[in-house]
Structures are given as structure tokens and as C-alpha cells.
Design a protein around this ligand. Structure first.
Ligand SMILES: *[C@@H]1O[C@H](CO)[C@@H](O)[C@H](O)[C@H]1NC(C)=O
Ligand SMILES: *[C@@H]1O[C@H](CO)[C@@H](O)[C@H](O)[C@H]1NC(C)=O
Ligand SMILES: *[C@@H]1O[C@H](CO)[C@@H](O)[C@H](O)[C@H]1NC(C)=O
Ligand SMILES: *[C@@H]1O[C@H](CO)[C@@H](O)[C@H](O)[C@H]1NC(C)=O
Length: 403
């Protein structure tokens, strides 16, 4: 039977948080120098280094390897800072943010080994600058070190620093930066400028779709999705549903409009950016589009088509007579969803009954939408509470199709 439609139920349980919109800091506009100043303090420097205008690589192996790594970093810098207007990694995050300089090269260290990591990002509090460590064997793997560059970009935007509830989302953003650099048309000029070609997408289609019931960004060790959840940002920046406020303008707004020292989640700032549209409606549209991975990302779409048959859509148990109940283990958690392919022909009707009518949810069938009234929950993805993890228990009654 052919798949007529994808039905999904989104869990958006929750509570309030009366938040006001902060005024973003006004930055002085200045032209950065063509070549930034070297500063050995972040990471400790060293005597053996290779330079490019915005980077210095210490303890390099060969000049060819060093030049290749920093060329890719320059290309990523060109995309995110020059073309997209993200704050320069040459600027300090200390004090009141200003773009008037001084501008320092981002230090990059070739290291022999790191515990449990291919690369990481360090920070130096005196200078307010970050630095990257890359294990030798990953010097030629942009998905690894452009991810770290994504952390450096997030650091110099300051306002997520020490905000625990943004913690897991740093990884989501870093993966988004790496995938965007590698595959997006928005970085094609920056890649071409350095004679670099498009790369492969980082999408983990099985994780994103088969585990879509999870909390939207979940940092649970071994089972979480925080490294895989970045297509949400691809959706937000491509903005295929044309929501006011979304698009590339969400960067740097997710940082500049972050309510200072509030420890709010990124969903809270996104909701202010997209106001008056509720974030639940936006997350709902995201999951509806993820039913077909229709988020304006060609390689992700190809990955979906290639893997589609092996993805786990077994969210329901049949109760007979066209009735189904969600499996307990796959009940949608906070801002997670069930995607349910419906098979059959002819007229369709779908009725959803939620066991706990106080739980917020959104159900979308094809283009028909019904949205619950819900609000935002504050959470730290590393320490999930029972409240967040409470699944949405629902039943589905269909006619004309099977689920
Ligand atoms: C410097 O590079 C060498 C060669 O790759 C490596 O063996 C060494 O561990 C690096 N130094 C540090 C401090 O990581
Ligand atoms: C790119 O390739 C062109 C033609 O080979 C060359 O002139 C240019 O210097 C290269 N640019 C970079 C940044 O490597
Ligand atoms: C969004 O806007 C684009 C460009 O105007 C248009 O082609 C597209 O159909 C719109 N999408 C929706 C869902 O309205
Ligand atoms: C129903 O949901 C509300 C809000 O999500 C929660 O406070 C309550 O404990 C739930 N009741 C049951 C029986 O699960």
C-alpha cells in the first residue's frame, strides 16, 4: 500500500515563563584588520606555528597539513563571519561586547591525543578568547574541526556562556555549523573562494527520525540526540514555512537576544525571535516537514530516501477496529514527535485522544493542523526531569487507512 500521509503527534507539555525581550547590545562598527594580531596566551602558544589572516596553528606536523587545515578554517570563517555576520572569533567575550577590536588570531593546536575526543575547544578567561585542539589524525577532517570552530563562534557571542540550560545546545549548534559549512549553498561562495568543494552531510537520519519521540535536544549519555538534533536549525534558517523572524536572522539573535544571565533555554529565545508565532507551532511544522525531510537540505533528503525503508516508525500498537495506542517507550517527550505513516487509499479520517487532557500536544495530518495551547518548559538537557520525560499517552482512531 502506498503511504498517503504522515501523521505526527508532538508532545509540547507545558508551563509558563513570563519573559521579556532584552535589548541587544549595540556594537561599534569598525573595519577589522586584514591580518589579525597573534596572541600566544590562549592555549599557551609555542615556537612552531603557521599563520593565516585569522588563525595561527601551533605545533603543526607538516606545513602542507597545517596550511590545509587553516585554509578550511578560513573558508568557514569567511562563510560565518564575513558572509553571515556572526561575531568574529578574533574578538574577546570579556566585558561589554564591542566590535572595535583588538582582533586576535584564533589559536589552533595540533595535539597528540585528547581523552575521549578528536578535538575540543578551550577558553582563556584573561583574554576572553577561545582556542582549538585538534588530534593529529583529524587535521584533515573538517566535520571535526569546523564543529570546534562552531564552539569558538558561540563563545565569542558571549551570552550563552555559563547558561547551563544552553549547554547541550552548544553541540547541536556546532554540528549545525559543521554541516552548513560542508553542504549548504549559503557557504558555497566561501568554499569556492578557497577552492574547497562541498562535503557530505552529517545527518544521522536514523537517529533523527527513528528516535523523534525524544526530547528535542536530549543530552542523555549514550541515548541522547544533542549531536544529531541540528536539522532543527537547518529548518529554522531555511525557513520553508516563511515564519516572520526566522531565517538566517536567528543568528546571531539566539545569542544577542538571549535574556542576560536568565539560564533560559534556546527555545525561549527562539520564541521571542519568532513572536507572535509560538515555538510549539514552529517545532510542530519542523516535525511535519521531517516526515519527508522537506527542510531545504538536498543531501539530507537524499539520505532520507536512501534509508527510508529501514527507519523505525513502529510507534503504535493496534487495538483492533482501526484503533491504536502509542507504545509506552515511544510516547513523544517534550517537543518530540511521533511520525506515523498512514497506508491506504480514499478518504481519511484520524481522531486523536490524549489520555491526560492537561498535556499539551500538536497533531498534524498532511496540511490539516490542530494546535494545543501550551507553553515553554525550562530544562537542562543533561539533567532531564520526570516532567520532561513524561511521554504523551494517546490513542489514534483512523478510517480509510492503516497506521
Ligand atoms: C605536538 O605534535 C606532535 C606531533 O604530532 C605530537 O606528538 C605532540 O603530542 C604534540 N604536542 C602536544 C603538546 O600535544
Ligand atoms: C584557488 O585556485 C586558483 C586557481 O588554481 C588559484 O589562483 C588561487 O590562488 C587558489 N586560491 C586559494 C585560496 O587557494
Ligand atoms: C515561502 O516563500 C517562498 C518565496 O516567496 C515561496 O516560494 C513558498 O511557497 C512559501 N512557502 C510557504 C509554505 O508559504
Ligand atoms: C497530566 O499532565 C499534567 C501536566 O502535564 C501533570 O501535572 C499530571 O501529573 C498528569 N497526570 C497524569 C495522571 O499523568
Amino acid at each position: 500500500m502506498r503511504v498517503l500521509a504522515q501523521f505526527f503527534v508532538l508532545c509540547t507539555i507545558w508551563i509558563s515563563a513570563g519573559l521579556s525581550i532584552p535589548t541587544p547590545a549595540e556594537n561599534a562598527v569598525a573595519t577589522p584588520p586584514a591580518e589579525f594580531t597573534a596572541n600566544p596566551t590562549p592555549g599557551g602558544g609555542g615556537s612552531k606555528y603557521r599563520d593565516s589572516p585569522h588563525f595561527r596553528m601551533y605545533n603543526y606536523t607538516t606545513t602542507t597539513a597545517a596550511d590545509s587545515t587553516i585554509k578550511t578554517l578560513e573558508s568557514a570563517y569567511s562563510c560565518f563571519v564575513d558572509d553571515l555576520g556572526w561575531r568574529s572569533t578574533g574578538l574577546t567575550y570579556n566585558g561589554e561586547l564591542s566590535d572595535s577590536g583588538p582582533y586576535y588570531k584564533l589559536n589552533v593546536y595540533n595535539v597528540g591525543a585528547l581523552t575521549g575526543a578528536a578535538a575540543n575547544t578551550g577558553t582563556e578567561s584573561k583574554t576572553g578568547l577561545s582556542f582549538l585542539n585538534i588530534v593529529t589524525q583529524y587535521l584533515n577532517t573538517p566535520s571535526v574541526f569546523v564543529h570546534e570552530f562552531g564552539h569558538a563562534l558561540t563563545y565569542c557571542e558571549k551570552y550563552w556562556i555559563d547558561q547551563i540550560r544552553t549547554g547541550a545546545w552548544w553541540e547541536t549548534i556546532a554540528q549545525f555549523v559543521a554541516d552548513t559549512y560542508l553542504t549548504s549553498p549559503i557557504c558555497s561562495n566561501a568554499r569556492a573562494k578557497y577552492n574547497l568543494s562541498e562535503g557530505d552531510t552529517l545527518i544521522d537520519i536514523n537517529k533523527v527520525i527513528s528516535d523523534s519521540f525524544q526530547i528535542i535536544v536530549d543530552a542523555t549519555s549514550n541515548s541522547g540526540n544533542y549531536y544529531q538534533a541540528w536539522p532543527f536549525f537547518t529548518y529554522l534558517t531555511n525557513n520553508p514555512d516563511n515564519y516572520t523572524g526566522l531565517g538566517w536572522a536567528i543568528f546571531p539573535a539566539v545569542w544577542t537576544k538571549y535574556k542576560r544571565d536568565s539560564n533560559e533555554t534556546p527555545l525561549h529565545v527562539l520564541e521571542r525571535i519568532a513572536a507572535p508565532t509560538r515555538i510549539q507551532a514552529i517545532v510542530g511544522r519542523y516535525w511535519a516537514r521531517m516526515a519527508f525531510v522537506d527542510i531545504g537540505h538536498k543531501k539530507a533528503q537524499v539520505a532520507f530516501q536512501a534509508r527510508r525503508k529501514s527507519l523505525n516508525y513502529a510507534n503504535l500498537d493496534s487495538l483492533g477496529g482501526g484503533k491504536y495506542r502509542v507504545k509506552a517507550a515511544r510516547q513523544p517527550r517534550y517537543m518530540g514527535a511521533n511520525i506515523i505513516p498512514l497506508k491506504g487509499t480514499g478518504a481519511i479520517s484520524v481522531k486523536v485522544t490524549v489520555a491526560n487532557s492537561t498535556a499539551g500536544f500538536t497533531a498534524t495530518l498532511a496540511i490539516l493542523g490542530a494546535e494545543g495551547t501550551v507553553s515553554l518548559l525550562l530544562y537542562d538537557a543533561f539533567k532531564l526531569t520526570a516532567e520532561l520525560n513524561r511521554g504523551l499517552d494517546y490513542q489514534l482512531e483512523v478510517t480509510g487507512v492503516t497506521a
